[in-house]
Design a protein around this ligand. Sequence first.
Ligand SMILES: Cc1ncc(COP(=O)(O)O)c(C=O)c1O
Length: 262
Amino acid sequence: VAGAATVKIAADNAANVAELSAAAYAAGVTLGVLVEMDIGMGRAGVRSLEAALDLARDITRAPGLRFRGLLGYEGHIVDLPAFDERAREAHTSLAKLGEARRAIEGAGIPVECVSAGGTGTYAITSRLSDLTEVEVGSYVFMDAAYTQIEGMERFESALTVLATVTSRPSGEVVIVDAGLKNMGGEYGTARLLDWPEARCAFVSEEHARFDFPDEPGLRIGDRVRVVPPHCCTTSNLHDRFYAVRDGAIEAIWPIEARGRSQ
Ligand SMILES: Cc1ncc(COP(=O)(O)O)c(C=O)c1O
């Protein structure tokens, strides 16, 4: 891929840098590498400024690699419901990337790229002068989890799972055949795109139950568009997207990375 496109890879340890260097050198390409820094999520990433600087030095010396900058991800706070609290927490987290940038530049190593942010913090992260890139993804689809937090109003939900009403056990209860086998449910609560008043009571393996305030006039066999709780894992459960405009399918896009995690 690096032979045909500009690729940036995040790394947080010297062994990984050595492997990337050997592979890039053997393939005759130059790989861009970012030092990944933990800025509060507690997942991957170096834990200190010194470790960030040491790794940046390793990358600059490694054949086949080019040090491009820093990556952080404030994933622990991107979905805080209140915008002001999210902004406060994001500023605290992202300050660490700014400090690392200055430490690395102070050592004479140019930092071209400082990347961070998720959909929930795009409006905060993108205003910080230390940052050069916002690494967002979910805004394209706007799943039910993200539509439930403050500040996301300008994005509409574009991803739905087309489901069929399979049971109407009582007047206000609608059971559809969308469940955890075709919708990722780690965060958020499913919604019906065309019935905002319906409340999802639960999602099980092959079913979801929606409770309506009044009899909705839906019958067995009717189709409903379900906004999945979490778009990322939902995409990984399907082979293709059907791109629909004004009720007509305009394109079918294969989801090529689907199921490729090994
Ligand atoms: C490192 C990293 N950056 C950015 C994102 C994108 O976040 P979002 O889906 O909120 O736009 C993710 C999502 O998991 C991530 O893991």
